[in-house]
Design a protein around this ligand. Structure first.
Ligand SMILES: NC(=O)c1ccc[n+]([C@@H]2O[C@H](COP(=O)([O-])OP(=O)(O)OC[C@H]3O[C@@H](n4cnc5c(N)ncnc54)[C@H](OP(=O)(O)O)[C@@H]3O)[C@@H](O)[C@H]2O)c1
Length: 248
């Protein structure tokens, strides 16, 4: 995992779950990490436990100003960005006809447009250096309809996977790599934080024993940072689940 050493890494959604675990894995391996999310207190708590240099940038990734601040502060402080991890994301639960325009738009703002437009803030500096890695936190739900009553989530993650594939093709030969990580059930706050999360209360416990830990997912992502595959599974569990889901 030492290839992350001395790299400058921006991680969105770093206040909890997979983003906080990514921050720890990167920092312990010798990277500088810029942590961003809305909850400043939670970001500060994550940063306090990291051994290496950190930047804490409280921001809402759905805000253009927030995205500009994340890119500007990191570039002004460290000069360049080696890795951007678009990890911030929301779940969404509920029957399709009860998932109105506001919920769909909220979901696409966080899960799709934030990643697209933060990438537009950071990519020019990577292209100027001829190197960099963009990692989008998709999901097995970006490749298949993995569960019932999560149509909006599945649609948003398919969009993120499509964005990753299209951009990877456009950036071929530039030195900038694009990757889409596809975890499945991971034991984080995700199931309490999403749109319609009250519908999941009690449900989550049934799945808890199948879940990956956020640390395992984070290690799996960092291990695969430098290979050429765009779409990848960070652990064995989603890779196995995919075998049964690929036709769904
Ligand atoms: N957990 C799973 O089972 C699972 C499976 C497959 C894929 N994923 C994906 O993995 C990624 C991380 O999820 P997680 O499981 O670690 O969930 P989590 O613990 O709920 O973390 C989500 C993160 O996103 C941030 N966030 C949400 N809305 C934001 C906004 N508008 N602006 C800035 N930050 C925002 C949250 O921070 P603040 O609230 O502080 O802003 C939080 O740090 C997501 O993209 C998710 O779709 C998760």
């Amino acid at each position: 995992m030492s290839h992350i050493q001395d790299r400058n890494v921006i991680i969105t959604g770093a206040s909890s779950g997979i983003g906080a675990a990514l921050a720890r894995v990167c920092s312990v391996a010798g990277a500088k990490v810029a942590l961003t999310a809305r909850r400043a207190d939670r970001l500060a708590a994550v940063a306090r436990d990291l051994p290496g240099p950190t930047l804490v940038i409280p921001a809402d990734v759905t805000s253009p100003q927030g995205r500009r601040d994340i890119a500007r502060r990191t570039l002004e402080t460290w000069g360049h960005v080696d890795v951007l991890v678009n990890n911030a994301g929301l779940g969404a639960y509920g029957p399709f006809l009860e998932t109105g325009p506001e919920k769909w738009r909220t979901l696409f703002e966080v899960n799709v447009f934030a990643a697209v437009f933060l990438t537009q803030e950071v990519l020019p500096s990577m292209l100027a250096r001829g190197r960099g890695t963009l990692v989008n936190l998709a999901s097995i739900g970006g490749l298949a309809a993995h569960s019932d009553s999560v149509t909006a989530y599945v649609a948003s993650k398919h969009a993120l996977v499509g964005f990753s594939r299209g951009l990877a093709r456009d950036l071929a030969g530039t030195g900038v790599r694009v990757k889409a990580a596809c975890p499945h059930l991971t034991d984080t706050e995700f199931f309490e934080a999403g749109v319609g999360a009250e519908l999941m209360r009690g449900e989550v416990e049934r799945f808890r024993s199948f879940m990956d830990s956020p640390e395992a997912v984070a290690r799996g992502i960092i291990d695969r940072l430098d290979d050429d595959e765009v779409i990848f599974f960070p652990t064995e569990k989603p890779a196995r689940a995919w075998a049964g889901l690929r036709d769904v």
